[in-house]
Design a protein around this ligand. Structure first.
Ligand code: ADP
Length: 207
């Protein structure tokens, strides 16, 4: 794959429960942004299929799904979005939520993505994060966040494996956003970062 074929992306980055999915969903309805959450991608698998079973096995322990499996599935998913006309590389920026989730994934994805911006959603209050995750688990019937022990493991994996991903990208593309406000006010900050990136990169392709 050549450089020109790399997808233009922004990364929604941050700990579990910080609000990546909430922000990503809203961004995804704005023309020119296509939200792709790997958590949603995995949860959409048939739980009885081989792939679905692999996901269940890892996620219920709070562990990451193996890299090669994750990247393969992600690549297929992007191709499917293109074939369905839901992602048009010439006008759209992919909003990646949940990937790359460790340094090895960042390396494997280098030939596939051009990272225009990293929005680092930062939440100082871990106790509040744990509460949010528990509330969400109840509402969405998610097995992984139902147990505090698994939530703690997920946060540990974030600190040890995911946070270092930030070092894979130039400082200039990383933007810190305080995630402790209301969804609407966080969205305001996220858009203040991404709207200029979109305009600079895609010009008035969407006008
Ligand atoms: P959250 O948004 O709370 O961080 P996700 O819904 O993104 O959680 O992910 C749920 C689970 O899916 C993870 O704990 C992990 O097992 C799996 N997963 C999601 N993205 C990846 C990835 N990039 N690599 C490996 N596993 C992943």
């Amino acid at each position: 794959m050549t450089t020109t074929e790399r997808s233009n992306v922004c990364l929604l980055f941050g700990a579990p429960g910080v609000g990546k999915g909430t922000q990503g969903k809203v961004l995804g309805v704005i023309p020119g942004f296509v939200h792709l959450s790997t958590g949603d991608m995995f949860r959409a698998l048939d739980p009885l299929s081989e792939l679905g079973k692999v996901f269940r096995e890892y996620s219920l322990k709070g562990e990451l799904v193996p890299d090669s499996f994750t990247i393969r599935l992600w690549t297929q998913y992007v191709e499917q979005l293109k074939a369905q006309g839901r992602y048009r590389p010439d006008t759209d920026m992919l909003v990646l939520d949940g990937i790359p989730r460790n340094a090895a994934q960042a390396r494997l994805m280098e030939p596939l993505i051009d990272v225009l911006a990293v929005v680092h959603l930062d939440a100082a209050d871990r106790a509040e994060m744990i509460l949010r995750l528990k509330r969400r688990a109840e509402k969405e019937k998610r097995g992984d966040d139902a147990k505090e022990e698994v939530i703690r493991r997920r946060l540990q994996v974030y600190d040890q494996e995911t946070r270092p991903v930030l070092e894979c990208y130039p400082r200039g593309v990383i933007h810190m956003v305080d995630a402790m406000g209301s969804p609407a006010s966080v969205l305001g900050h996220v858009l203040a970062v991404l709207a200029p990136v979109q305009e600079k990169h895609f010009g008035n392709a969407l006008a």
